[in-house]
Write a protein that binds this ligand. Structure first.
Ligand SMILES: C[S@@+](CC[C@H](N)C(=O)[O-])C[C@H]1O[C@@H](n2cnc3c(N)ncnc32)[C@H](O)[C@@H]1O
Length: 265
């Protein structure tokens, strides 16, 4: 993924609720927060929640979204999982890593292989991981897939030229292997086909407009901007015809700690 998560497949949070069955949510950690996940987390019957973001700007959006329902015991924390002091000694009944793994590249590059070991002491009962199968590496053969692939590659090229680090997604198999190595066992795994809509197309292209406007090489910037607009036109025409661009998968993993949990703090 690049800088924005796709529209969440309808029912993904509902699926997490089903997997949780009647077990209380207890204390809840939203380990990579955003307006989507906090909207859901804040609607649950939790004892308390903590929402972590690596970015101050993201945390402000989350604060604004959660403000009407935030209780005194609910916290929003700006920090980096690469920092060993972040939430050190704390433990939560339920932890959510919702599109966190792909975003780590932007905040702590090369830390991905240590992320679940880092989160492990914070998980008392259940960890839910939501991720996006990488869709940039392999050229799709179908036209809708190709459009999503081209938009993703164009977006990442713009971000790199602007001096930023695009997100880097990891396959479900990689995530399962690293969860197991970190001391979790997988209790459920699901894949969801993605249907990209106008919001995805416009958000990805609009996000690059100010970055291109700041590029010193104006010829390059104008050529890239024109290419982005031609991708936008083609993608929106295809969505108008077909209803969406079908391409790739999200995945949901539910995992539990194998060894005994740490005491609550
Ligand atoms: C793509 S957003 C998550 C989407 C979010 N769950 C939502 O509802 O839309 C990724 C989140 O993870 C955070 N994040 C990424 N890497 C991080 C790191 N190393 N430490 C702390 N937070 C991180 C980002 O700051 C951001 O809040």
């Amino acid at each position: 993924m690049g800088k924005a998560a796709p529209s969440k497949p309808p029912g993904l949070f509902r699926r997490i609720e089903e997997l949780q069955e009647d077990v209380p949510w207890g204390s809840f950690l939203d380990a990579g927060t955003g307006t989507n996940s906090i909207g859901w987390v804040a609607s649950l019957l939790t004892d308390r929640w903590t929402a972590v973001s690596g970015s101050e700007a993201h945390a402000i959006q989350v604060r604004d979204a959660a403000e009407p329902v935030r209780r005194p015991q609910d916290r929003i924390v700006v920090g980096n999982w690469a920092d060993p002091k972040l939430l050190v000694g704390e433990c939560y009944d339920t932890v959510l890593a919702d599109y966190l793994l792909g975003a780590v590249e932007g905040f702590a590059p090369y830390f991905q292989s240590r992320l679940f070991t880092r989160l492990r002491p914070l998980v008392r009962s259940r960890l839910y991981v939501v991720g996006l199968e990488p869709y940039i590496a392999v050229e799709p053969v179908d036209a809708p897939g190709r459009l999503v692939w081209e938009i993703g590659r164009w977006r990442d090229a713009c971000l790199l030229l602007a001096g930023e680090r695009p997100y880097r997604e990891y396959p479900a198999e990689w995530t399962v292997a690293h969860l197991e190595a970190a001391g979790f066992r997988i209790v459920a795994a699901h894949r969801y086909a993605i249907r990209y809509k106008e919001r995805f197309v416009n958000s990805q292209i609009d996000m690059c407009v100010p970055r291109l406007a700041a590029l010193p090489d104006r010829g390059l910037a104008e050529a890239l901007a024109a290419h982005g607009e031609s991708l936008r036109r083609a993608a929106l025409e295809s969505i108008a015809r077909e209803g969406c661009l079908r391409h790739g998968h999200d995945y949901l993993l539910a995992a539990e700690p194998v060894r005994s949990p740490a005491p609550d703090r």
